[in-house]
Design a protein around this ligand. Structure first.
Ligand code: NAI
Ligand code: MG
Length: 337
């Protein structure tokens, strides 16, 4: 049986980490058919728009996509393709599992957290305007609909995965209406899940708690901006942006992408760590019901990462992206016999 997946390679290190991920996923023997599409600057050149309709149609049709990072111009130019895609496809939940890998013990113990980020509104609504010269307004949109939906997603995820506690992250002391509504919706949904402990933290304290007591936390749910910032912080607890995967979920569609961006500082040099996107690929295999294949990629990652010299530079090794990928493919193929 063929599994058709939309493939968005992105830019910067995107092409390097997506081609590495495709090689590793294909080594499991799954018969993938990839539908490649361009986005961002590459798409501007070819289609005159950063998010071509063909790409959106392809994801709507296949219901699953693997996506590399896409650069967003800072302070000018087109709106973020990443944010736009999540809104167009109503990928309302961004799920980022933050787990210390056995092969990569760090300074923070065995961290095992899940960041659930609301993905469609908050301060990422992109509604900004100049009121008068020198004064701009950026609107933060929080709705009962999206806040309830993301809370329910977090509680369902906790229930399905045997997690015991969910902490809502907010700034409702200052943003009484907007974050207040987010928190109220969270508390209402929590009543439907009496077996799961529910509490909350103010975001600045949360940032400190995550560095000092990361093992105290289980599932975290939060509005868009806090989720963006705290997921990079959490990546730092477990080996950095090179290793943390992610998934954007809608009702029927899922787009798998790493937490990191296009890393222009290291692009095109064959040194990026593809682990984060490969682990997003593991989440994709699980989503497709391919449990054995997911396990085999995870086991190969454990074996290669447990040897310091075979790691990429961000993890202190000296393997290039392609050498690291070669090693993973060889591990998967030899384990399959
Ligand atoms: P970044 O995540 O691209 O890079 C931050 C730092 O981490 C850099 O030093 C980079 O070299 C390093 N890094 C990231 N991924 C790595 C990997 N796989 N292996 C080794 N080192 C890695 O964040 P930055 O520089 O703030 O953003 C660059 C561009 O990416 C911006 O245009 C931003 O808008 C975009 N971006 C796109 C995302 C997406 O497509 N989902 C997510 C985040 C940022
Ligand atoms: Mg981010």
């Amino acid at each position: 049986m063929t599994t058709t997946v939309t493939l968005i390679e992105g830019d910067g290190i995107g092409p390097e980490v997506t081609s590495a991920t495709v090689r590793v996923l294909e080594a499991t023997g799954v018969d993938f058919e990839w539908e490649p599409h361009v986005a961002g600057l590459n798409a501007m050149d070819r289609y005159g728009e950063p998010l071509p309709e063909e790409l959106v149609d392809s994801v709507l049709r296949n219901k699953v996509a693997l996506k590399g990072p896409v650069t967003t111009p800072v302070g000018r130019g087109f709106r973020s393709v990443n944010v736009e895609l999540r809104k167009r496809l109503d990928l309302f939940a961004n799920l980022r599992p933050i787990r210390t890998l056995a092969a990569l013990p760090g300074h923070f113990g065995d961290v095992d957290l899940v960041v659930v980020r609301e993905n469609t509104e908050g301060l990422y609504s992109g509604i900004e305007h100049e009121v008068v010269p020198g004064v701009v307004e950026s609107l933060k949109i929080i709705t009962r609909h999206a806040s309830t939906r993301i809370a329910r997603f977090a509680f369902d995820h906790a229930r399905t995965n045997g997690r015991k506690r969910i902490t809502a992250v907010h700034k409702a002391n200052i943003m009484k209406l907007s974050d207040g509504l987010f928190l109220r919706c969270f508390r209402e949904v929590a009543e439907e899940y009496p077996e799961i402990e529910a509490d909350d933290r103010i975001v600045d304290n949360m940032a400190m708690q995550l560095v000092v007591n990361p093992l105290d936390y289980d599932v975290l749910v939060m509005p868009n901006l806090y989720g963006d910032i705290l997921s990079d912080l959490c990546a730092g607890l477990v080996g950095g942006l090179g290793v943390v995967p992610g998934a954007n979920h809608g009702e029927h569609i899922a787009v798998f992408e790493a937490v990191h961006g296009s890393a222009p500082d290291i692009a095109g040099r064959d040194i990026a760590n593809p682990t984060a996107l490969i682990r997003s690929g593991i989440l994709m295999l699980e989503h497709l019901g391919l449990e054995q294949e997911a396990l085999s990629v995870g086991a190969a990652l454990d074996r290669v990462l447990s040897e310091p010299a075979r790691r990429t530079r961000d993890l202190g090794g000296d393997a290039s992206t392609s050498e690291f990928t070669d090693a993973l493919v060889a591990e998967i193929e030899s384990a399959a016999g």
